[in-house]
Design a protein around this ligand. Structure first.
Ligand code: AMP
Ligand code: GLY
Length: 420
């Protein structure tokens, strides 16, 4: 099987690494890729935000399967275009990708399907903002109704800051989504979905804020670990039953079945798991930790999703133990990152590339905000965490910053669910 992976981050590097261990894979390509994916896959030049360019790359390279990493091409309809060209795909249609692309659509699906989530309302008229804000608090959650990769969200107990953020969004022509604040630790559950059947992967936890102890602004994700030693034993079962399956059934009932990876971003609240958001693709950096533990060949799973035969697939097999990934970010991130710094140690085991490129002189340099994702597995979470930070110490990027507390509270037994 010849597989083309679309995207160019740590998630795609992790997907390619897992695919490279699958004996059914005969060739791998990645578009646009990065300096790390180039060691595992042929790099194809393509503007992946343009569906016709993805189709061109997939056709020219004679792909048997196209796997989509990021949401942007999916929301733009690239998987529909690739399927229309007769090439199987791992990734939902444009219609199903709205579960991530429009928060209002996601809320409507959840309301109809009875899926637990925060109460919310959309404000598109500045004159109605103050009355709407008064209905929330003491912690306000103010979101952009559109794609913002976690960056259009403000969670704050400062009323003036909440109001100012909403006004900025409204002034920019963006409707604002106000939500009730969900207490409790967060978890990410990735599920393979072939339109009807749901197969969950291991639950993971992401670290969204830039600084240790969750200080500073939201980012795309600064680290992750899997599985969750503190989670109730029936967490995955409960989430599939109460959240993912009803959502998948509702999308199928609307004539827009979801096929690909459905990512449930959850808050484990005193009232049980509630959805913070859905994504229509693997999460970055959780994928780097989750796939490090997957034993089942990944290409076969992608193919079963694309062909709608997940129900017949044997149960997933996992390595025992845990995995931790730590993101090295460029100076300035999540603001405008400094680029073109030379990276040393980027070829070491467990070092996955996000924003990197190979310069003409052969040096690997930074080319984005999140630059590297350093992964290690271990017999337990403490060992995996130690391993990941040992590997971080072996990498050098001028000006880099990273969180030093990824998985720390979980190792120390400090995470607990709020009581009902
Ligand atoms: P989103 O873009 O919706 O994923 O939000 C980004 C981050 O903001 C989430 O991962 C949470 O940490 C936080 N967040 C979003 N919505 C809520 C909510 N209703 N209650 C508490 N935290 C939230
Ligand atoms: N790690 C968060 C995301 O991929 O959206």
């Amino acid at each position: 099987m010849r597989i083309l992976v679309i995207g160019g981050g740590g998630r795609e590097h992790a997907i390619l690494l897992a695919l490279s261990h699958d004996p059914s894979v005969t060739a791998l390509a990645c578009a646009p890729g990065n300096a790390g994916t180039a060691s595992l896959a042929e790099t194809l030049a393509a503007d992946v935000a343009k569906p016709e360019d993805v189709v061109r790359a997939a056709t020219e390279w004679k792909a048997d399967l196209v796997v989509f990493g990021p949401e942007t091409p999916l929301v733009a309809g690239a998987s529909d275009a690739v399927r229309a060209a007769g090439i199987p795909c791992f990734g939902p249609s444009k219609a199903a990708a709205r579960i991530e692309g429009s928060k209002a659509f996601a809320k409507d699906v959840m309301d109809t399907a009875g899926v637990p989530t925060a109460t919310s309302e959309i404000v598109d008229n500045p004159a109605k903002l103050d009355a709407a804000l008064a209905g929330y608090g003491p912690t306000w959650v103010v979101k952009d109704d559109g794609l913002a990769a976690g960056k259009g969200v403000l969670v704050t107990s400062d009323f003036d800051a909440a109001r100012a953020h909403a006004i900025t969004l409204l002034d920019g022509g963006h409707p604002v989504l106000l939500e009730s604040f969900l207490d409790g630790p967060e978890a990410s559950l990735f599920c393979l979905v072939d339109g009807t059947t749901v197969v969950p992967l291991l639950p993971a936890q992401d670290f969204k804020r830039v600084g240790d102890e969750d200080a500073g602004p939201n980012t795309g994700g600064m680290g992750a670990y899997a599985p969750l030693p503190w989670a109730p034993e029936d967490l995955v079962e409960t989430v599939v039953r109460d959240v993912v399956q009803p959502t998948v059934d509702e999308l199928a009932g609307r004539g827009t079945p979801f096929s690909g990876l459905l990512y449930a971003g959850l808050a484990l609240t005193s009232n049980g798991p509630q959805v913070i958001e859905f994504n229509c693709r693997f999460g970055d950096p959780e994928t780097q930790a989750v796939l490090a533990l997957l034993r089942t060949p990944l290409a076969g799973l992608f193919k079963a999703v694309a062909e709608g035969t997940l129900a017949e697939h044997p149960p997933l097999e996992w390595e025992p133990g845990a995995a931790v990934t730590v993101v090295l970010a460029a100076e300035g991130y999540p603001g405008r990152p400094r680029v073109d710094d030379v990276i040393q140690g980027g070829e070491a085991e467990g070092v996955l590339h996000s924003g990197t490129r190979r310069r003409e002189d052969g040096a690997v340099v930074s080319a984005g905000g999140r630059v590297l994702s350093v992964v290690a597995t271990g017999e337990d979470l403490a060992a995996a965490r130690e391993g990941a930070y040992r590997r971080v110490a072996g990498v050098h990027l001028p000006g880099a910053h990273w969180r030093t507390d990824i998985a720390k509270r979980a190792v120390e037994g400090e995470i607990s669910l709020p009581s009902a």
